[in-house]
Design a protein around this ligand. Structure first.
Ligand code: SPV
Ligand code: MN
Length: 624
């Protein structure tokens, strides 16, 4: 093989070569050279994070037909291939050395063998294409949270998305030179068809090599599979933080605005499509992040920072009444990439749950579209995909929190865990303490599956901390790190479990979308010890009078005692079954900390005792 310098000099034009040379880092040079040799692009573009370079990428996404302009200035549309509109869990593998194993829930592959495979897929894959090399920083720059990253991709759409979603990093690489310790990402969309979407989905692979802190992604365009800095970097970060004792969580970060102008920060973990973004976007509160948080112990307190600076949000159901802030930004000129929505005849967009009537025709991920159009199996094609998304800078939202880029992060008052649960958890419940919260709320999340991943919807799935899809370490280790993290804090955040999806006997939801506003205000009061709560076998729940007052104040709604009882009665049989289900899962997980079984057992005993006194469905007032 030619040496690194020769390859770089020969394959990169002068202007771009100079940009690369500004960064004095031999590891970077050999990484870039290696993939130029292997992927064999026609040309190489090195982005130096300047407005011109960022704009170049934006223009390339249009020229390459991965994006198209829409009517509103700054808005573009991108489509992913049919069947490439969610995360491909089956082909996303953590690479392990021979003999190493992870839990059965985590898809793994043998390192050497899979690297050979991915190298053969990558061979000449960028033939006749341009390679983009981009530099980013995860979390605010120059802070204890920062992690530096290099992305190689032949998709200007991916590079463009990252320019919206992440902080630029070229300056940091120049500053750090040889000392930069960075994550590496190699992506190629592979061959595209006549609609400029991936053709070879059978060769879609997402391989995470922890040893070299490198991720490979091929033959896919969907952001969750391709945007290296998002869920791919998250797996690398989980592996790194496990060694260093901090947390990488699938969590929103938001400021809840309490009495007298007080702002209290919460982090919240919810599986995809379970209300995470809509919680972070609640009117009257402020958003720091909607997807990924790094959390560190600083002088005995938990501080969180948003890894990102943009949002790759689900668009289905966004409407002017329930989501006024997103609605406004989505209808204002400014940089937004829409994906997999319907483009109407006048160049605007429509998605399922948008205000107004469904348009008669337009085009979408299925090509030309008209009302009633069916796919080859005879199923009606909806105007937009259920996992259709928008990508925008957080700063374009009216509720952006001033601490988004604070290198110190924000002090965390509470952790929130939620899932899609039709019959067990009450709408909001505070754990007895850190251990109880981590185990009974976080490590016990189950959720009915959604469209964010490929596969069947509506099946109840175990998803500890809503982070299972992204774990690159054993589950037991991950839970232990969470338990330890709280033990080392002088004042750990309070831990709450929420459930926005509880249903009544008639099968209807017991809560409205906006009721979560009230749960948050209650949590804020609890963090500051400003209201008392009812101690039940599953944790502390709100008093009726406090909720009634909050419903009145926050939603101008009369909250009836009847509603309260339906929502907050303790459903003993369902909770007991859940304890059993979770216990049987952890029995199969290697090295589960004993404390997990003890806490589950204690919960079970409390539930049984209570049912012996009060029956299976217990009114909150029984516990007063
Ligand atoms: C999620 O599905 O949790 C997302 C979008 O945030 S993805 O990038 O697909 O992970
Ligand atoms: Mn997510």
């Amino acid at each position: 093989m030619e040496n690194t310098e020769e390859i770089l000099r020969k394959r990169i034009d002068n202007n771009n070569y100079e940009k690369l040379l500004e960064i004095n880092n031999p590891e970077l040079y050999s990484f870039v050279a290696k993939y130029i040799e292997l992927c064999n692009p026609r040309s190489v573009f090195i982005s130096n994070s300047s407005p011109e370079d960022i704009d170049y990428i934006r223009r390339k996404a249009i020229e390459n037909h991965e994006e198209e302009h829409l009517r509103t200035p700054g808005h573009t549309i991108h489509f992913d291939a049919y069947g490439d509109q969610g995360r491909d869990k089956a082909h996303t593998k953590i690479l392990l050395e021979k003999g190493e194993t992870l839990d059965e829930f985590i898809v793994t592959g043998e390192r050497e063998e899979n690297l050979l495979e991915i190298n053969s897929i990558l061979k000449d894959i960028m033939n006749e294409r341009e390679m983009f090399v981009c530099f980013f920083t995860l979390a605010p720059e120059n802070s204890i949270f920062s992690i530096h990253c290099v992305q190689i991709t032949d998709s200007p759409y991916v590079a463009h998305s990252e320019n919206i979603l992440y902080r630029q990093g070229y300056g940091e690489f120049v500053r750090l030179g040889k000392d930069a310790r960075f994550f590496k990402f190699v992506h190629s969309q592979g061959e595209l068809d006549e609609r400029f979407v991936c053709k070879n989905l059978d060769k879609r692979r997402i391989y995470i090599d922890l040893k070299e802190e490198t991720v490979y992604s091929t033959n896919t365009q969907y952001g969750g599979n391709t945007i290296g800095l998002k869920k791919l970097a998250m797996r690398l970060a989980i592996s790194r933080c496990a060694k260093e004792g901090w947390l990488t969580e699938h969590m929103l970060i938001m400021g809840v605005h309490g009495p007298q102008g007080r702002v209290t920060y919460f982090t919240g973990a919810f599986p995809s499509l379970c209300g995470k973004t809509s919680t972070a976007m609640l009117e009257g509160e402020s958003i720091v992040g909607d997807d990924i948080a790094y959390i560190k112990n600083k002088n005995g307190f938990a501080f969180a920072a948003n890894v990102e600076k943009g949002m790759f949000g689900i668009i289905q159901g966004v409407n002017s009444k329930d989501d006024p802030i997103q609605w406004k930004t989505l209808h204002t000129p400014g940089e937004i990439i829409f994906s997999n929505v319907l483009v109407t005849e006048d160049g605007s967009v429509y998605w399922i749950g948008h205000d107004g009537d469904v348009p008669e025709r337009g085009y979408n991920h299925s090509g030309e579209w008209f009302k009633g159009k069916k796919d080859s199996k005879g199923n009606e094609i909806p105007p937009s995909h259920p996992n259709a998304r928008f990508t925008l800078p957080l700063e374009s939202l009216d509720n952006i929190d001033p601490n988004l880029n604070n290198p110190e992060g924000v002090l965390v008052g509470g952790f929130i865990y939620g899932g899609r649960d039709s019959d067990t958890w009450v709408p909001v419940c505070e754990s007895f303490d850190w251990e109880h919260g981590i185990i009974m709320k976080g490590a016990s999340i189950e959720s009915e599956t959604t469209a964010a991943t490929l596969g069947k919807e509506g099946v109840r799935e175990f998803n500890p901390m809503s982070n299972l899809d992204f774990l690159s370490i054993p589950i037991a280790k991950y839970i232990t790190i969470n338990l330890e993290f709280g033990k080392n804090l002088a004042k750990p955040p309070k831990i709450f479990g929420v459930n926005y999806f509880l249903k009544g006997a008639d099968g209807n939801f017991l809560n409205e979308k906006n009721d979560k506003k009230v749960w948050l205000k209650w949590m804020d009061l609890r963090v500051h010890d400003e209201v008392t709560a009812i101690k039940t076998p599953i944790g502390y729940i709100p008093h009726y009078k406090d909720l009634k007052e909050l419903f009145e104040k926050v939603l101008y709604k009369d909250y009836s005692y009847d509603d309260y009882v339906k929502q907050f009665q303790i459903r003993v049989p369902e909770n007991l079954s859940k304890v059993e289900r979770i216990k049987s899962i952890y029995l199969k997980i290697k090295d589960t900390p004993v404390r997990v079984f003890e806490v589950l057992e204690e919960e079970k005993e409390r539930l049984i005792k209570a049912s012996q006194r009060f029956g299976d469905y217990i009114l909150p007032e029984k516990f007063i």
